[in-house]
Design a protein around this ligand. Structure first.
Ligand SMILES: Nc1ccn([C@@H]2O[C@H](COP(=O)(O)OP(=O)(O)OP(=O)(O)O)[C@@H](O)[C@H]2O)c(=O)n1
Ligand SMILES: C[C@](O)(CO)[C@H](O)COP(=O)(O)O
Length: 403
C-alpha cells in the first residue's frame, strides 16, 4: 500500500481528496447531488468505494459543507475500506477553496495526492491505476479525453470567431494527481493572489508554473451535473428509469381554544387554535399524505397512528420529512409540493413566503419547488362559518419504474 520513502521519486503515502462541498445548483432538485441516491446508494458512496478499496491509496478525505454532516455520515456508513476514511474537512465557497482547505487539513508532507470530484461516480480501478502511474512520473497529471466534436470559439453575440484545431484539445476530468507539497504551495499562492476561480487543480497548477501532463481519461467518467445526468447514471447502474407520479392529500382540523395555528411549520397568530392530536398543521398533514400517495404507501395515520401517545402534540415537521425520506429511500426525487389552505381567517398572504421557506427546508427541496395558495369558501360550509380550517395538497415525484 505505502511506497518506501527512500526510493527517489516515490512517496510515503498516497492520499485522495474528494471534493463534496458543492450545492449542486445545476442538478436542480432536493439534496446536494452528491447525497442523492442512484441505484439505491448516495452518489458519494459510489464515488468513494473505488478509492477506499484501491490497494495503492492509503487514506481518503472528503471536503464537505458544514450543513451536510448527517448526510455525509449516512452516505459513508458501512462502506468497505471505511477505516481509510479520515475525518472530513469543511469545504469553502468555491471548488478551489474546498481543495485547499482539505489540503491544509491533511498536513501531510511526502505524499502523492489525488483530487477527485464527488460528482464523478463512475471512476474505476483502471483509471485510478493510470492516475497513480502518472503521478509517480509527473508533478501534476490530469486525465483527459480527446474531443470528438468540432470545436468553435464563439463571440458573445453568438458569431463564430474561429474553428479551433481539435487534435490539440482534451476534455479534462478528475482524479487529477499531484505531489502534495507542490499542490499545497500552488493553492496557497493562488489564494494569496486573490484567485479563487480555478475550475480545476490542473489549471491552478499550470498558473503556478508546474509542468502539467495529460494521461488517458475515461469517457465513462462523467460528472453528474444536470438532472438528466441522474437518469443516465440510473440507467448505467441497473437500467432503472424514473417515472413521474402525482398524488393529492387533504386534511381538516376544528378550531378550538388557543391563540395560534401551525401552518406549513410556521406559527401563525390567530384568535383560535386547532383541536388535534399533534400540532394540527393541516398544510403539513395534507402534504404528507400527498407525498405518501405517490408511493402508494398508506397515509399519515398508517405511519403515525393518532392512537399512539408518542405523536401527542408532535410537531408535524417530522411527518413530512418522513414521507420525503421514503421517496428518497425508494431512489426517487421530490419534484414539487403544492398546497391550498381553505379558511376565512387567518389571512395566509402575510405568511406565505415564511411557510414556503419552512416547507422547502423540511422537505429538502428548493424554494421554487414549493407553492402555497389560499382561498376562502365564500362563507360557505364549515370553513366559511369559521368552525375549522382545511388544506388540500398535491405532490409530484419521480420514482424508479419498478416501484
Ligand atoms: N464550493 C464547492 C463547490 C464544488 N465542490 C465540489 O466540486 C465538484 C465539482 O463541482 P460541480 O460539479 O460544479 O458541483 P457543484 O458546485 O455542487 O454544482 P453546481 O455548480 O451545479 O452548483 C463537486 O463534487 C462539488 O461537490 C466543492 O467541494 N466545493
Ligand atoms: C474539475 C472538473 O471536473 C474537471 O473537468 C471541472 O472543472 C469541474 O467544473 P465545475 O465548473 O465545478 O462543474
Amino acid at each position: 500500500m505505502s511506497v518506501a520513502s527512500d526510493r527517489p521519486g516515490l512517496f510515503v503515502k498516497t492520499i485522495a481528496i474528494i471534493v463534496a462541498a458543492g450545492r449542486g445548483h445545476r442538478a436542480g432538485q432536493g439534496l446536494p447531488k452528491q447525497y442523492r441516491t442512484v441505484a439505491g446508494r448516495p452518489v458519494l458512496a459510489h464515488t468513494l468505494e473505488p478509492f477506499l478499496t484501491h490497494p495503492g491509496i492509503d487514506a481518503v478525505i472528503c471536503a464537505i459543507h458544514p450543513d451536510d454532516r448527517d448526510l455525509y455520515d449516512t452516505a459513508v456508513a458501512g462502506l468497505p475500506g471505511r477505516e481509510r476514511l479520515l475525518e472530513p474537512a469543511h469545504g469553502g465557497a468555491t471548488r478551489q477553496d474546498s481543495v485547499r482547505l482539505a489540503l491544509e487539513a491533511l498536513g501531510t508532507r511526502e505524499a502523492l495526492c489525488l483530487v477527485h470530484d464527488a460528482a464523478r461516480m463512475f471512476v474505476d480501478t483502471a483509471l485510478l491505476d493510470r492516475a497513480l502511474a502518472a503521478g509517480r512520473s509527473h508533478p501534476a497529471a490530469l486525465p483527459g479525453i480527446a474531443v470528438t466534436d468540432t470545436m468553435k470559439r464563439v463571440a458573445p453575440d453568438g458569431r463564430v470567431a474561429e474553428t479551433v484545431e481539435r487534435s490539440e484539445l482534451r476534455a479534462v476530468q478528475t482524479p487529477q494527481v499531484f505531489a502534495y507539497p507542490a499542490l499545497l504551495d500552488a493553492h496557497r499562492r493562488a489564494a494569496s493572489a486573490g484567485r479563487h476561480d480555478f475550475t480545476d487543480d490542473g489549471g491552478l497548477a499550470e498558473w503556478a508554473g508546474l509542468a502539467v501532463h495529460i494521461f488517458e481519461g475515461d469517457v465513462a467518467n462523467m460528472k453528474v451535473t444536470h438532472p438528466a445526468d441522474f437518469d443516465e447514471a440510473e440507467r448505467r447502474l441497473g437500467g432503472r428509469t424514473l417515472v413521474s407520479r402525482l398524488a393529492t392529500g387533504f386534511d381538516v382540523h376544528i378550531f378550538g381554544e388557543g391563540d395560534h395555528v401551525w401552518l406549513g411549520g410556521v406559527k401563525v397568530p390567530h384568535e383560535r387554535g386547532t383541536v388535534a392530536h399533534s400540532d394540527g398543521d393541516v398544510v403539513l398533514h395534507a402534504l404528507t399524505d400527498a407525498v405518501l400517495g405517490t408511493l402508494a404507501d398508506g397515509d399519515i395515520g398508517t405511519h403515525f397512528p393518532p392512537s399512539d401517545p408518542q405523536w401527542k402534540d408532535a410537531s408535524s415537521d417530522r411527518f413530512l420529512a418522513f414521507a420525503v425520506e421514503r421517496v428518497r429511500e425508494a431512489g426517487g426525487i421530490v419534484d414539487h409540493l403544492d398546497a391550498t389552505v381553505l379558511c376565512e381567517r387567518p389571512k395566509i398572504g402575510p405568511h406565505r413566503e415564511a411557510i414556503r421557506a419552512r416547507i422547502a427546508e423540511i422537505a429538502g427541496v428548493p424554494l421554487s419547488s414549493v407553492s402555497i395558495k389560499a382561498t376562502t369558501t365564500e362563507r360557505l360550509g364549515f370553513t366559511g362559518r369559521g368552525e375549522g380550517i382545511a388544506a388540500q395538497a398535491a405532490a409530484s415525484v419521480r420514482l424508479p419504474e419498478s416501484r
